[in-house]
Design a protein around this ligand. Structure first.
Ligand SMILES: Nc1ncnc2c1ncn2[C@@H]1O[C@H](COP(=O)(O)OP(=O)(O)OP(=O)(O)O)[C@@H](O)[C@H]1O
Length: 233
């Protein structure tokens, strides 16, 4: 069995009388340690896939397996533990706690983890040793995103889930953030999944999953990923 498996997963959102089929029978496999991009147009279902994978949402039918466990069979208490201990999240708009310093933001995540890394060391690893005592508002967008990545990495998660992590950043800063995510994957062996509508990012991935209208259009293994510095968008 693959490290991650989606088996014919469906999800319908109901808003009043209107039903939106966000996922219409999604199946794919991801191997441990892969750097994966999930791409597709707006509304395709990318965030829904990520939310189900991260235990933030549940599916209506189908099965989801992560590291040998069927997470789609978890009750809400199990999902909370899974989310807390096994998953690191990185969002488009960082979601840092504004009245805590960079270091305190990372320490807070470490305190909630079972097997955390050293917060200072992780902030050094993301190139922020000189910014540890700054508050989020005193940091650039790229720096805030690096704090957010440090906060996700410090948990030592099985899976790093990133929703449009470069969406709010300029090209160069975006490239640095992608490089950091890529190095986390390669050096720590963490499975990293990046959701994006930006096709340009896909050549750096080991696997490219394309979603359209709630269905998997293709899932392709890329044998020759291109280094981040050669990516242009
Ligand atoms: N909480 C919700 N309630 C109702 N409909 C929702 C909800 N979340 C998502 N949807 C709908 O489900 C579909 C898939 O949404 P999703 O956010 O997964 O797409 P996406 O591919 O991530 O899009 P984007 O790139 O714009 O973020 C869309 O039609 C969206 O409007």
């Amino acid at each position: 069995m693959s490290f991650i498996r989606f088996e014919d997963v469906t999800k319908v959102y109901t808003m009043g009388e209107v039903e939106v089929k966000a996922l219409d029978g999604i199946s794919f496999d991801i191997e441990q340690g892969e750097f994966v991009t999930i791409v597709g147009p707006s509304g395709a279902g990318k965030t829904t896939v990520l939310n189900i994978l991260g235990g933030m949402d549940t599916c209506d039918s189908g099965k989801v397996f992560v590291d040998g466990a069927e997470i789609s069979a978890y009750n809400s208490k199990q999902r909370v533990a899974y989310r807390r201990y096994d998953i690191g999240f990185v969002f488009q708009f960082y979601n840092l706690v504004p009245n805590l310093t960079a270091l305190e933001n990372v320490e807070l995540a470490a305190q909630l983890s079972k097997n955390p890394l050293d917060p200072k060391k992780v902030l050094e690893d993301v190139g922020l040793s000189h910014r540890m005592n700054n508050f989020p508002a005193q940091l650039s967008g790229g720096e805030q995103q690096r704090v957010a990545i440090a906060r996700a990495i410090v948990k030592n998660p099985k899976l790093l889930l990133c929703d449009e992590p470069t969406g709010a950043l300029d090209d160069n800063t975006g490239r640095q953030v992608l490089e950091l995510l890529y190095n986390t994957c390669r050096h720590r062996g963490t499975t990293v999944i990046v959701v994006t509508h930006n096709q340009a990012i896909t050549p750096m991935a080991d696997r490219i999953i394309t979603i359209r209208n709630g269905k998997v259009k293709s899932s392709v293994k890329n044998e020759n990923p291109i280094p981040v510095e050669r990516i242009e968008w």
